[in-house]
Design a protein around this ligand. Structure first.
Ligand SMILES: NC(=O)C1=CN([C@@H]2O[C@H](COP(=O)(O)OP(=O)(O)OC[C@H]3O[C@@H](n4cnc5c(N)ncnc54)[C@H](O)[C@@H]3O)[C@@H](O)[C@H]2O)C=CC1
Ligand SMILES: O=C(O)/C=C/C=C(\O)C(=O)O
Length: 489
């Protein structure tokens, strides 16, 4: 039997076990095998990580010039790129996602997130106002952006490195220090990033990692720790609510990127080749485990049957398999538990009267992947808008196809949800695209595309899909404290 790998905490520039000796298993979703154990942080480790982060703020890191800090942030990006293969192996083992996906999206974005925020900080300007005073002398008001302090970064498992660095990049570029709590499902890349921080010369205590779960474990200890000045989180809406409550004590700011039940709207005038190709990606990429993914597809009635037939044909060409299997396009779900959740919706869809266009069950896998957490990509028709399958976030490789007749009707139906993260529109009518996009209650609307990301743009959700926006200068609202200075002449 091969020895299990061990993921330690990274605190004050060094790898440490838990004082309690408590560990938990880390499972490779493609095989279902435990391939590592991670140490579970108790209050002792969380305290140590928060104090290290505080000391780093009060040490050399806190007095670095912006230029020197930015150089370090860029060195982190360079070092991720230099260790591309190590990050890639770590990410595909932890998540089971196809190597092609992780090598094109996850790992390059890990480096890009540091580079882009380094550029943002290098070029930001402040604001100033000349202010009249009763004595005629006047005054000048100017504002300064200062680091917020110690930031708690709570991450999910679907894009572990990408989503963690999306928060750590701006946090460090703005001069903060961080304590990261990666998902218990995917501890590998956050741990590896500790080595990168040391190699890049980032002072100890600036980047810390504690492993563990949410309630009653590292996540709760960290978010309720009084030494934390702000909390940024990506994950489920209910967890966002718990974190917001924890942040209420001490009135700490939060930045939350939460769930979605995202619509795609396909108008009859759309280029159907592009709409089918885009919808294939938006529903099935990362095995549907994308907060921006499409789960409701509204198709204008004249093209409904053709669109459904083409999407079905596309799905039936998807190749399921482990991360390194040749030509693989669909990996496993993250865990046996998550597969149970998604399968419960497959069952519910049948009970709610769906017609299963394709999929609906578990594939028969063989070889190393026999016990992996694979599931069939699935399309349904015939569901009502108020069925639970059409209302609730599933987070799997599945969608409901829903016909519509009128523009106003489809806007109302697309907006008839508790969530408001993302939408995609498929149309060749530019006026319609602008008109419809602005009426959708979402944080991000793509027209004739999906997941086309420019990291300078505001990213986040409306309604129950989040609080705040991150991306480019928008991240400064959370990662800095703005101070206004008024000087009387
Ligand atoms: N980006 C997104 O929108 C994501 C949505 N999900 C959805 O959430 C469901 C549950 O997946 P989970 O991984 O359990 O998501 P989750 O939202 O519960 O967990 C995400 C992170 O939050 C931590 N956490 C959980 N409860 C916490 C608490 N009370 N205080 C502090 N930290 C806490 C977890 O340990 C993990 O690091 C999935 O089935 C999926 O539907 C999951 C991952 C990402
Ligand atoms: O591009 C990004 O910054 C984010 C992508 C994906 C998510 O946020 C998610 O699936 O949670």
């Amino acid at each position: 039997m091969t020895e299990l790998r061990e993921f330690l905490h990274f605190i004050d520039g060094a790898y440490r076990p838990s004082a309690s000796g408590k560990t938990f298993p880390v499972v490779a979703p493609a095989t279902g095998e435990t391939y590592a154990v991670a140490h579970e942080a108790g209050e002792t480790e969380v305290d140590a990580a928060v104090s290290a982060a505080r000391s780093a703020l009060n040490g050399r890191w806190g007095v670095l010039s912006v230029a020197d800090r930015i150089d370090l942030v860029i060195s982190v990006a360079d070092e991720i790129t230099a260790r591309f293969d190590d990050f890639l192996e770590a990410e595909i083992t932890d998540t089971g996602k196809p190597r092609s996906l992780a090598s094109h999206i996850d790992i390059p974005r890990g480096a890009a997130n540091f580079r882009m925020f380094a550029d943002t900080i290098r070029t930001i300007s402040g604001e100033s106002f000349e202010t009249a005073t009763p004595d005629g002398a006047g005054a000048i008001n100017y504002s300064l952006r200062k680091p917020r302090g110690v930031i708690a970064v709570i991450c999910p498992w679907n894009f572990p490195l990408l989503l963690m660095t999306w928060k750590v990049g701006p946090a460090l570029a703005c001069g903060n220090t961080v304590v990261v709590k990666p998902s218990e499902e995917t501890p590998a890349t956050a741990t590896l990033l500790g080595e990168v921080m040391n190699k890049a010369g980032v002072p100890k205590g600036v980047y810390n990692v504690v492993h563990g779960f949410g309630p009653g474990s590292a996540g709760e200890f960290l978010t309720s720790h009084p030494g934390v000045d702000g909390i940024t989180f990506t994950g489920e809406t209910r967890t966002g609510e718990a974190i917001m409550k924890a942040a209420g004590t001490g009135v700490r700011p939060v930045s939350l990127e939460l769930g979605g039940k995202n619509p795609a709207i396909v108008f009859a005038d759309a280029d159907l080749d592009k709409a089918v190709e885009g919808t294939m990606r938006s529903v099935f990429a990362n095995c549907g485990q994308v907060c921006l993914g499409t789960e409701r597809v509204y198709v204008e009635r004249p093209v409904f049957d053709e669109f459904a037939a083409r999407l079905k044909a596309g799905v039936e060409k998807l190749k399921l398999g482990g991360p390194s299997a040749k030509g693989v396009s669909l990996g496993p779900l993250i865990s046996a538990e998550h597969r149970e959740k998604v399968l419960s919706y497959y069952k519910l869809a049948a009970e709610e009267g769906a017609t299963v266009v394709t999929g609906g069950g578990m594939p028969a896998m063989s070889g190393a992947e026999k016990n992996g957490f694979f599931i069939e990509p699935t399309i349904w028709t015939g569901l009502a808008d108020d069925s639970r399958v059409v209302v609730e976030e599933i987070f799997g490789p599945c969608c409901a196809l829903l016909p519509f007749d009128e523009e106003d009707e489809v806007i109302a139906r697309a907006n008839n949800t508790y969530y408001g993260l993302a939408a995609s529109l498929w149309t060749d009518n530019l006026s319609r695209a602008h008109r419809v996009a602005r009426q959708l209650d979402v944080g991000i609307c793509w027209v004739n595309s999906w997941f086309l990301r420019d990291l300078r743009t505001p990213f986040g959700g409306a309604k129950a899909s989040g609080v705040g926006r991150e991306g480019g200068v928008h991240s400064l609202e959370f990662y800095t404290e703005l101070e206004n200075i008024c000087v009387k002449f």
